[in-house]
Ligand binder design. Sequence first.
Ligand code: SAM
Length: 270
Amino acid sequence: MPSKPPVHQARKRFGQNFLVDQNIIEKIIAAIAPAPGQNLVEIGPGQGAITGPLLEKCGQLNVVELDRDLIPLLQQKFQQYPGLVIHQGDALKTDFNQFYSNGQPLRIIGNLPYNISTPLLFHLLSFNQQICDMYFMLQKEVVDRLAAAPGEKHYGRLSVMVQYYCKVQPLFPVPPGAFRPVPKVESAIVQLHPYSEPPWPADDLARLSTLVKTCFQQRRKTIRNSLKLMMNPDQLHRLTDELDLDLNLRPEKLQVKTFVALSNHMGTIL
Ligand code: SAM
């Protein structure tokens, strides 16, 4: 008889809210539809609530877990699966290219620690060429921000930058009672599907990123005001003359493709 896995106390600083609702777990797995031969990576397996069903369906899985104390528990719980590879470390610092070795694009899954979800999404976008799709449990408000359209309350830097790279599909809400300990916030599952080619390619991603950041740092101001921080008055005049865009708009009104067009045009002037 295998011995019982060690008991683990949930740690707040690692954002540990473990999924305990079987119906929700089944719904997540059904949405992902894992299959043998796919290249699955789970971020933050925790005590293995999603890890187990993923292994059952796929047999092969890389997981990245920061909490050292969970590693023996995972090793013991899933010792019958030789295809489970456990990487102890910080997903924010993980080179996800290392999982791409068999030439299969990555399917990334995670009930993510909410305190690091935004920087982690930005980190993952830097590997977008290697990623087939991603399924994340996030704070519902973050999912709203990811999916927001121009003019909507939650539209901001995260919406623009993630929608530049990915098709965003919110899937379903998850109530606090599905976790232990019970979190204070509502959660939701979102699917992100990176485009093989971005529909509106930016000439310079760093410039686009700075532009979007600058504009939303002062979201109550007009685009013109934000551009003053990036261009001198002559350059701004030229831009106003050459580009068919009302610079008196606020950033929340601009579509992703308009930010890209603006950034690309700035490149011809700066
Ligand atoms: N997947 C499990 C579940 O659904 O029950 C656990 C989810 S819990 C919300 C988040 C998990 O991410 C925890 O296991 C936590 O230790 C881990 N974690 C936190 N920060 C991390 C990081 N920077 N890199 C990798 N894992 C992290």
